[in-house]
Design a protein around this ligand. Structure first.
Ligand code: ZN
Length: 272
C-alpha cells in the first residue's frame, strides 16, 4: 500500500508524547496520526493544533469517546458530558472523526441487552452536538472478549444496524484486530460502504495472546490476512487513511519508537 495512506495511532509509540509522535512521524514522511485524549491533555488542543499544522499532519481519528452505559441516570449524564468534551477536542484539532469505544456492562450488571440500549441512546443524545461541531462519530466494534468491560458492540453487523437507526453523522471505525474472525465481514463491509467507513485500523493477531488489551501484533506477524480485508474495504471506494494501531506493553512499547515507525512503514508497504 502507498505510504501516502499511512496513519499511525500514537498508542503505537506510547513511549512518546504527542509532540514527539508528531515530530517522529513527520520525520519519516507519515502524514496522519490517531490522537489520544490523555496525550492531548499534556499540551492542550490549541498547542496540539499548532504542532499538527506546523508538520502538515492530519488527525485521522481522535480517541476516544464512548463508554455510555452507567449504573444510574446521573452516571449516564456524566458520560454524555464526557463525550461532549471529547467532541470539542476532536473539533479543535480538526480530527476526521471521534472514535467511539462504546462501553460494556455497568458495574454489577449482567444485562448486556440493556447496556446495548444505553449505547444506542447515548449516541443518539450526543449526536446533535457532534453534528453541529462537524465531528463524525465512528463506532468501533470490538472483539467479543471486551464485551463486559469495553464494548458491547462486537460485530460490524451490530455497528451497521446502529448506523441505520441513528442516521447522518454516525459511521464506523473498522479494525482488523477486532473483526477479522467474523464470517460476515466481507458482506458487512459492503453493506457499510464508502460513506460509512470513517476509519480503518490495522495490526495483527499473534499467538499466544498473553494480554487482552496490550498484546497486539505488528502487521504481517500473525493470523490476519490484512491485505484481503483492505481489498474488501478498497472495493467500497474507501480512499482514506489506514491507521496502524498497536497496543503492545511487553514488546513494541519497549523498542526504540523511531525503529517502530520504520517497521510500520515497511510492513505497511508489504502487507497492507
Ligand atoms: Zn482500533
Amino acid at each position: 500500500m502507498d505510504l501516502a495512506r499511512l496513519s499511525i495511532n500514537q498508542m503505537t509509540t506510547n513511549q512518546w508524547t504527542l509532540r514527539e509522535s508528531i515530530e517522529g512521524y513527520a520525520r519519516e514522511g507519515v502524514r496522519a496520526i490517531g490522537v489520544w485524549r490523555d496525550k492531548l491533555a499534556e499540551c492542550g488542543p490549541n498547542q496540539a493544533r499548532k504542532i499538527l499544522q506546523d508538520h502538515g499532519m492530519t488527525v485521522s481519528g481522535h480517541f476516544r469517546g464512548g463508554f455510555f452505559p452507567a449504573e444510574d441516570a446521573k452516571g449516564f449524564q456524566a458520560n454524555l458530558d464526557e463525550n461532549r468534551r471529547a467532541i470539542d477536542e476532536a473539533a479543535a484539532i480538526d480530527a476526521e472523526c471521534l472514535v467511539l469505544v462504546v462501553g460494556g456492562l455497568p458495574k454489577g450488571s449482567r444485562d448486556i441487552d440493556e447496556a446495548r440500549k444505553m449505547v444506542r441512546d447515548g449516541i443518539a443524545e450526543v449526536l446533535p452536538y457532534a453534528r453541529s461541531a462537524g465531528v463524525p462519530l465512528a463506532i468501533e466494534p470490538l472483539h467479543p472478549m471486551y464485551a463486559a468491560d469495553r464494548s458491547c458492540v462486537n460485530t460490524l453487523a451490530q455497528a451497521n444496524d446502529l448506523c441505520d437507526e441513528l442516521g447522518e453523522g454516525v459511521g464506523i471505525a473498522l479494525d482488523v484486530y477486532h473483526t477479522w474472525w467474523d464470517p460476515c465481514l466481507e458482506r458487512e463491509i459492503k453493506r457499510a460502504g464508502k460513506d460509512r467507513i470513517l476509519a480503518f485500523h490495522v495490526s495483527d493477531w499473534v499467538l499466544p495472546v498473553t494480554d487482552l488489551l496490550l498484546d497486539r501484533g505488528m502487521i504481517g506477524d500473525g493470523a490476519i490476512d490484512v491485505r484481503r480485508i483492505r481489498e474488501w474495504v478498497g472495493e467500497t471506494g474507501y480512499a482514506g487513511f489506514i491507521e496502524v494501531e498497536i497496543f503492545s506493553g511487553e514488546n513494541w512499547w519497549k523498542k526504540d519508537p523511531r525503529e517502530v515507525v520504520r517497521i510500520c512503514k515497511e510492513r505497511f508497504e508489504q502487507y497492507v
